[in-house]
Ligand binder design. Structure first.
Ligand code: NI
Length: 154
């Protein structure tokens, strides 16, 4: 039996979206833990929490498929006093300028800089660029947050 299709993109149905209710069976202890988490995270209800989990999994999955366009932010903390590091970070960013939508630079103190790069493109390219920037000698912390263009999420 084939996978159920709930929407037909060609019909334009996905624009407005139809809400479907579905039942999920789970161990009562698992559900109790889930409800505790929902309370702590101030979710309005279980449905919203489950929708968020689904979206998060879809975002993560998009990053594993090489042909999907993804968006992410890379945060770097480094000491700007190393000319070698400054040159490397700048030239890497210029080489990949098409993947870098925007950058934010904050001078944290006399020595440390924080940079946030908004990256967009093929997930392999973005991961590779992010690894090279984070891995540059002298970068104290580098963290890629994998996000989405939002196009396929509802
Ligand atoms: Ni700075």
């Amino acid at each position: 039996m084939g996978r159920k299709k709930y929407s037909d993109p060609s019909s334009g149905e996905t624009e407005t979206g139809k809400i479907i209710r579905f039942g999920v069976s789970a161990d009562v202890r698992l559900l109790e833990k889930f409800d505790e988490m929902i309370d702590e995270k101030c979710y309005a209800n279980r449905s919203e929490a489950i929708r968020d989990l689904i979206r998060d999994e879809l975002v993560e999955h998009a990053w594993t498929t090489s042909n999907e366009e993804v968006v992410g932010t890379l945060t770097l903390v480094y000491n700007h006093e190393s000319h070698e590091l400054n040159d490397k970070l700048t030239s890497l960013q210029h080489d990949h300028h098409t993947n870098i939508i925007s950058t934010l630079h904050v001078h944290l103190d006399a020595h440390n800089c924080l940079e946030v790069l908004v990256l967009k493109g093929n997930s392999k390219e973005i991961k590779n660029l992010s690894d090279r920037l984070s891995g540059a000698k002298g970068v104290k912390h580098g963290k890629l947050t994998m996000s989405t263009t939002g196009k396929e999420l509802y």
